[in-house]
Ligand binder design. Structure first.
Ligand code: EPZ
Length: 422
């Protein structure tokens, strides 16, 4: 297993290219199952999760070709579709569950392994099931697999989500595009990735409105046609790299970054005394002197503070002036970066879903362990400003969601290298 070594203390300077959004691409790729015609995605990120989704779609009968060094995914699902998503693929990545809605809409049945829990939580699928049952599907759980059938096809209905689940919104929205009649979904997720998926589905001929507002209306159509769609910029990668100069000092422009993708996060940076400039090239941040101010953070569905930026924000708050309180309200176990940051000298106290961070003037490099995707990158961010050498182990977690992090940070002056696993 590879490690990444960072020698801290070097201010950053330059541009970082923001890639296409992992969490958009992982919902867009299964949309190829909804049509017999090809769906081509451009600006796709080069990540191991994309490779996992490729393997899954191929196991279902789709042809998937990575073109232009992985920046383009050309998919076609015109033949016989296999409706069974096997455990040994699904267990690797929860987002595999996003084939459930499309398979049901395309074939009238789906057998999808439950993804199982992961490091950050149990990750149940009750809201997905409730939504698909509202459209007329019958869903049963047998030996760890969800068996969903809609022998008479799906019928549009009113779907009231008990929680604004991103994945459930995506599964039900995709299924509703081919249902008979109209579906009205309320209390839906409003993330930019939902809007990006709706935009792509509209390009394929779907009739969707209200995406991004919390109430989505879908008028079912008989079939969807092929399309080409550019994946939206990754707001979580953007927020991650915006914090790099705040922690390490210097100035960085995140190319392709947009403020509308990171509303609440940018407001929190402003509260911490960090100026963000939106330019034609992207978002520019500079920190020349003085530590950021402590701020309190509570994670919430978009447009609230993103749970996927909580670990990275905690890394920054370890260096801030004052005491910060972070409330993690989305997942039940998403503070695993805290004990690793503590090994570097951070002062963090975790009580259930609340972490209290007492900012310190500096951290010391140490060997630390990556535990989940976003926790991994928070350790790298802390290493940028820590005194001495930080070695982050098990970086396969990182490679799921960050393209070539050592190249992107090395490209703006960080002393960072990847050491192949022994
Ligand atoms: C998506 O996961 C993202 N993944 C996650 O990003 C992100 O953290 C999450 O949304 C929240 O923003 C992808 O888009 C591929 P949810 P998803 O359904 O769809 C509970 C990353 O680091 N819940 O909104 O699985 C669930 O347990 C990943 O890139 C139910 O109880 O998130 C969780 O506590 C991590 N029942 C909360 O809702 C359900 O049926 C949010 O889940 C579904 C969800």
């Amino acid at each position: 297993m590879d490690s990444i070594i960072i020698r801290g203390g070097r201010p950053l300077s330059g541009d970082i290219e923001i890639a296409g959004a992992k969490n958009a691409a992982l919902a867009l790729m299964p949309a190829a199952l909804l049509s017999e015609e090809p769906l081509t995605l451009t600006n796709t990120p080069r990540l191991s999760d994309i490779a996992t989704m490729t393997t899954l779609l191929q196991s279902l009968g789709a042809e998937v070709s990575a073109l232009q060094d992985g920046r383009v995914q050309a998919m076609a699902c015109h033949g016989e579709v296999n409706h069974v998503a096997e455990y040994d693929i699904v267990r690797k990545m929860r987002a595999s569950n996003l084939v459930l809605g499309p398979l049901l809409a395309r074939t009238g049945r789906a057998v999808v392994s439950l993804p199982g829990g992961c490091a950050i939580g149990a990750r149940p699928m009750d809201i997905h099931i409730q939504g698909l049952e509202a459209l007329g599907a019958e869903v049963a759980l047998e030996d760890g697999y969800l068996h969903a059938t809609a022998p008479r096809g799906l019928t549009g209905a009113r779907v009231e989500f008990p929680f604004a689940s991103v994945g459930a919104t995506e599964n039900v929205m995709m299924a509703a595009t081919l249902a008979r009649g109209t579906t009205v979904m309320t209390n839906t997720a409003r993330e930019p990735e939902i809007v990006d998926l709706a935009t792509c589905l509209r390009r394929m001929g779907a009739r969707i409105s209200g995406d991004g507002t919390g109430e989505i209306t879908v008028e079912g159509v008989d079939r969807l046609h092929g399309a080409t769609h550019p994946v939206v910029a990754d707001r979580i990668e953007l927020g991650t790299y915006m914090l790099a100069p705040v922690i390490a000092g210097g100035e960085v422009t995140c190319l392709g970054g947009r403020l509308d993708l990171i509303g609440a996060f940018a407001e929190k940076l402003d509260e911490a005394g960090v100026q963000v400039q939106e330019t034609a090239r992207g978002l520019h941040l500079a920190r020349r002197n003085g530590r950021p101010r402590a701020v309190d953070v509570t994670t919430a569905p978009f447009p609230g503070f993103p749970t996927d930026l909580q670990a990275q924000m905690m890394a920054m708050l370890c260096f801030a002036e004052g005491t910060s309180v972070l409330e993690e309200r989305i997942f039940e176990n998403r503070f695993m970066h805290a004990p690793e940051l503590t090994r570097m000298g951070a002062e963090i106290e975790v009580q259930g879903g609340t972490a209290t961070v007492q900012g310190v003037a500096g951290l010391k490099g140490a060997p630390v362990m990556a535990t989940d995707l976003r926790a991994s990158v928070s350790l790298i961010l802390a290493g940028l400003a820590a005194e001495g050498e930080t070695q982050v182990n098990r970086v396969y977690h990182l490679d799921r969601g960050y393209e070539a992090v050592e190249d992107k940070l090395g490209g703006v002056g960080a002393d960072i290298e990847r050491v192949p696993g022994r």
